[in-house]
Design a binder for this molecule. Sequence first.
Ligand SMILES: C[S@@+](CC[C@H](N)C(=O)[O-])C[C@H]1O[C@@H](n2cnc3c(N)ncnc32)[C@H](O)[C@@H]1O
Length: 247
Amino acid sequence: VPWTWWPHEDVGHTDEASKELLSLFPGGSPFDTTPKPSRLLERIFQIATNAGDLVLDSFAGSGTTGHAVLKLNQSAPDKELRRFILVEMEARNAREVTAERARRVAEGTPTQRRAAWRASAVASAFVSWASGCSTRTARFGKVVRFADLARHVYFTETGEPLPRERISAKSPFLAVCRGVGIYLLFNGILGDKSAQGGNVLTRATLAQLTPFDGPKVIYCAGCLLGPDRLQADGITARQTPYEIKTT
Ligand SMILES: C[S@@+](CC[C@H](N)C(=O)[O-])C[C@H]1O[C@@H](n2cnc3c(N)ncnc32)[C@H](O)[C@@H]1O
């Protein structure tokens, strides 16, 4: 039963909120005003919403609402998940803070991702792939076509649909959006369908990609390039999603 008095030990405080944002954006806080701690909103959603509900924040700002819903879902993974819609009117905020924060919370911070990927050899990447899959998603590679996943990751990454002329390109290089080249390694698109083959970002697979002289986001099943190489080549490697839900 909720009490009306919520001490900061339970729901955080503004200093915690600033540190929380800094941990996700180590380069410096990307948002001018002090956000709320995600623990505070998590508590509110725990009380005020039910599993499966859709939470709308039409003044999303730094995206604390999305952060809190994602955390709530992480602590109750077996239940039906809460969903959220965030609306932010400042285009730059929306892209670089609101959406980016949700992405980083969902995927882990860049440091966490790098640490996890450094620790994983190709084999263990595939073990975790398999163990992370439900029965339905274990068939992922068979039921999801490259073009479907390409459209999905491109939209997730950019907020825009994959340009029509690129949909059937059958190339890991999907398109350029706002100066960033987006790539997808999936379903042996490079012609290597072996378990440890063309879906993992290695020096060899990188050499086969259509060159793009600018920052690149590469979706892949695993990454064996070190942080220095990724940084030198302007690459952000992202894990391909385990499943896509369609309605
Ligand atoms: C105080 S901030 C919200 C803080 C947020 N709840 C958080 O925890 O970080 C308000 C945000 O709403 C945005 N905003 C203001 N008017 C809006 C509108 N009509 N539609 C969408 N966003 C709007 C502003 O750009 C600003 O980023």
